[in-house]
Design a protein around this ligand. Sequence first.
Ligand SMILES: Nc1nc2c(c(=O)[nH]1)N[C@H]1C(S)=C(S)[C@@H](COP(=O)(O)OP(=O)(O)OC[C@H]3O[C@@H](n4cnc5c(=O)[nH]c(N)nc54)[C@H](O)[C@@H]3O)O[C@H]1N2
Ligand SMILES: Nc1nc2c(c(=O)[nH]1)N[C@H]1C(S)=C(S)[C@@H](COP(=O)(O)OP(=O)(O)OC[C@H]3O[C@@H](n4cnc5c(=O)[nH]c(N)nc54)[C@H](O)[C@@H]3O)O[C@H]1N2
Ligand SMILES: [Mo]
Length: 762
Amino acid sequence: MAKKAPRRDVGDEALHVGSPKQWAAGVPGVAHSLEISYAQMGVKRTFLTLAQVNQKNGFDCPGCAWPEGDHRSFAEFCENGAKAVAEEATLRRVTREFFAEHPVSELAGRTDYWLGQQGRLTEPMFKAAGSDHYVPVSWDDAFSLIADELRGLDSPDEALFYTSGRTSNEAAYVYQLLVRRFGTNNLPDCSNMCHESSGSALTETLGIGKGTVLLDDLYKSDLIFVVGQNPGTNHPRMLSALEKAKKNGARVIAVNPLPEAGLMRFKNPQRPAGVVGNGTQMADRFLQIRINGDLALFQALSQRLLEADDAAPGTVIDRRFVEQHTHGFDDWEKHIRDLDWGDVEEATGLSRAEIDDTVEEVLGAKSIIVCWAMGLTQHKNSVPTIREVVNFLLLRGNVGRPGAGVCPVRGHSNVQGDRTMGIYEKPPAAFLDALRAEFGFEPPREHGHDVVDSIRALRDGEAKVFFAMGGNFVSATPDTEVTEAALRKARLTVQVSTKLNRSHAVCGEQALILPTLGRTERDGDRFVTVEDSMGMVHASRGRLRPASPDLLPEVAIVCRLARKLFGQDDIPWERFEADYDAIRDSIERVVPGFDDFNARVRRPGGFVLPNAPRDERRFATVTGKANFTVNELRVLRVPEGRLLLQTLRSHDQYNTTIYGLDDRYRGVHKGRRVVFVNPDDLARLGIADGETVDLISEWPDGERTAEGFRVIAYATARGCCAAYYPETNVLVPLDSVADTSNTPTSKSIVVRLARRVMSVSE
Ligand SMILES: Nc1nc2c(c(=O)[nH]1)N[C@H]1C(S)=C(S)[C@@H](COP(=O)(O)OP(=O)(O)OC[C@H]3O[C@@H](n4cnc5c(=O)[nH]c(N)nc54)[C@H](O)[C@@H]3O)O[C@H]1N2
Ligand SMILES: Nc1nc2c(c(=O)[nH]1)N[C@H]1C(S)=C(S)[C@@H](COP(=O)(O)OP(=O)(O)OC[C@H]3O[C@@H](n4cnc5c(=O)[nH]c(N)nc54)[C@H](O)[C@@H]3O)O[C@H]1N2
Ligand SMILES: [Mo]
C-alpha cells in the first residue's frame, strides 16, 4: 500500500531561495521578531510583554528549556523566544462564529501555519458524533461528558493521557494524580519523541535520566562538543553561554551534517558590539558528520585515547575514577580496541586526520562537556550512541566535576519538570509508593503506553478516549496517515489547548476543545513553577490579561474533571485548584529534592535539584557505579540511488506551530516544501537545483510519499539530505523506532528523490 501525504501547503508558489547565512542573531533577528510580535499584538503590548520574559518576577519563556543566567539583562529573551511569546500573546481570536463558519472537514484541509494564524481559542467547544461542526459547550457539561465516557470504558487502560512539555509542575502533578487515581499509567508525552533516548541511556549508565551540568560548568569547561543540535534557531540563549565559555578559554567543536549558522558565527543581540561587527566565531572545529555517524565517531575518539594512554601510560585515562566509580571498563576496552576504521570512515564520512586532530583537542582539555539534542536522539541506534558518548566521558573522568559532564539540551520549556512530576508511562516503584503513602490509594503498577504504543492502541481499537494536555499530537507524531486514521477511530478526543491546531480538526467521533491559559497570562494571584534543562526550579508568573474570560488554568481543568469523575474523594481537588501552595506541599512529600519547596521557590532564581552524579559522583544504577557499555557499530548503509533524510525545524517554527514561511539562516523564503541536498549527490542522481521532487521512503509494508519538494543544492554532508517536519512525518512508519526508547527515527530515513512531472493544474 502506498501512503501519500495530502498536500496542504500554501504559498509555495512564492518560494524563493537565497544564500545561507554564516552567522546567527544580531539586528535582523531582533527586527524580524518584532515584526512578528507587532503583527500579532501591536507595539505597546509587544514592549510590555517582552519586558517580562525570564525576569525574576515575570514568566518563564515558553520557548525552550535553556536555563536563565544569574545576571539577567533587561531583555532576557531571544528572537525565537519573542516569537513564541507573540504566538501566545496574540490579539487574534478563534470564536464560536469562526467554528460556525468553518466545518471540521474544511479545517482538516488547512496547513498547520494557517490554523495557528487564526489566534487564541476562547471558549470550550464540542463536536458531537456525526457532526461536522464544533459548537459552544459549558465547562460543566464538558467535564460531565468526559467523566461519563471515562466511566463507560471496560478498563481504565482504554484511555490515553498525553502531555506536551509546556505544562507547569503543578498542573503536571495533579494531572498524573488524576490519571493514576483513575487507574492507568497511560501517560505518553512529547518526551517519547524527543529526549527519551537520552533518558534511557543516561539512566542505565549514570543512574539519572537528566544532564549533569549547570551553566557554571559551561563557563569552566575547556572543551564543549555541540552534537546534533542547532542552537542558533532552537536554543538561541545557549549561544550567549557558549560565547561566555569561549571568553573563559573554552573551545567548541560542532558535530553536524549541516553548517548551521549559529554554530559558525554569532552576533549577540544583547550587546551593542554584537549588533554591529563580525560577532564571535562559535565552533573552533566543525566535524561535518554523516547522519547517524556519531556512535562511530565517539568510538573512534575513545580508541585513539586508549592508544594515547598506551604510549604514555597513566596520562590519558583517569584510572582512579575508572576504578573507584565505574563498572564494565575491561569489556568495553576490549571491544573498542577491535574497532574497524573502515567502518568508522564509512559511517562518519570524516577523515582519519579530522578525527586525529579532534583527539589532540581532547587530550589538551582537562574538562569536557558534550551537549546534544535531536541529532542524536531520533535514530534507531540513538540509545547506544548516547551510551557511547558516556563511555567517552567516563574514560577521562569527565562526569561529576566542575566543567565536565553530559548536557542533553531539552526542548519544551518544562518537559524535564513534567517527567520529574511523574508524567511517565513507566513510573518507578518508589514514586508510586510515595503517591500511595500521600493519598491512600493503590496506584496502578503495570506500565502504560508511550506515544507510539498509544497510536497502535487507537489503531487497533484498544484505546477509545484520548486526552491531550497541550501539544499537537496528530502533527507531531510519525506515519501521518496511519496516525490520523487511528485518532479518528477514538470515541472521544479532548484537547486542552491555547491555539487552534491540526489535532482539533483530525479528531475522534466526539471531540472537545478546552481552551486554557498560557504562560504569559495572569492566573489570579497564583504562580506556577518549572524546571529547566539543568534542573533549576523556579517560579513563573503570568501578567497579561487572559485571552478570554472563559479560559481555565490547566490545574483547574484537571481538578474540576477529577471532581466530576470521582465524586466524593479523599484527594483535596478543590483545595488544589484554589491553592497551588497546597499542591507544592504535596509535591514536597512525594518527589525527592523538593524540600521546603514553597519557601525556596519564592527566592529569586529558585533552587537547583539535587543531582547525585554531579554533586557526589554517586551513580544509582543497577551496579551502583557508572557503567561502561558495549555498543555494536552497525554502519547504516544506504542503497544505490538513495539518500539519508533528516527531518528538522526551520527558523520560523516552534515544532508544529509555524510562525512564518522563512528559514532565514538557510536562505529559504516564503515556503517550506524544500529538500536540502549536497551538490555532488545531485550530480550523481542527475537532479538539478530548483527541480521539484517527491520524497519516497520504502518499507516492507509499502512506499510512503511526501509530494512536491523543491531541491536546494546545499552544503550538507554527502549522502544526506534534510527537509522540515511535520511535512515529512508521513515518511516514517510507526514501527521505525529507536531501540529501547521507542522514539520515532525522525533523523535517519532512507529516501529516494523522484523527479516530478508537473501537471497542468500545478
Ligand atoms: N525556535 C524553536 N525553538 C525550539 C523548538 C522549535 O521548534 N523552534 N523546538 C524545541 C524542542 S521540543 C526541541 S526537542 C529542541 C530541538 O532542537 P534541535 O535538536 O536543535 O532541533 P532540530 O531542528 O531537530 O535539529 C537537529 C540538528 O541535529 C542535526 N543532525 C541531524 N541528524 C544528525 C546526526 O545524525 N548527527 C549529528 N551530529 N547531527 C545531526 C541537524 O543538522 C540539526 O542541526 O528545540 C526546542 N526549541
Ligand atoms: N519528523 C519529526 N517529528 C517530530 C520531531 C522531529 O524532529 N521530526 N520532533 C519531536 C519533538 S522533539 C517534539 S517535543 C514533538 C512536539 O510535540 P508537541 O509538544 O505535541 O507539539 P507542539 O507543536 O509543541 O504543540 C503545540 C500546541 O500546544 C498548545 N499549547 C501551547 N502552549 C500551551 C500551554 O501552555 N498549555 C496547553 N495546554 N497547550 C499549549 C497549542 O495549542 C499548540 O498548538 O514533536 C516530535 N515530532
Ligand atoms: Mo522536543
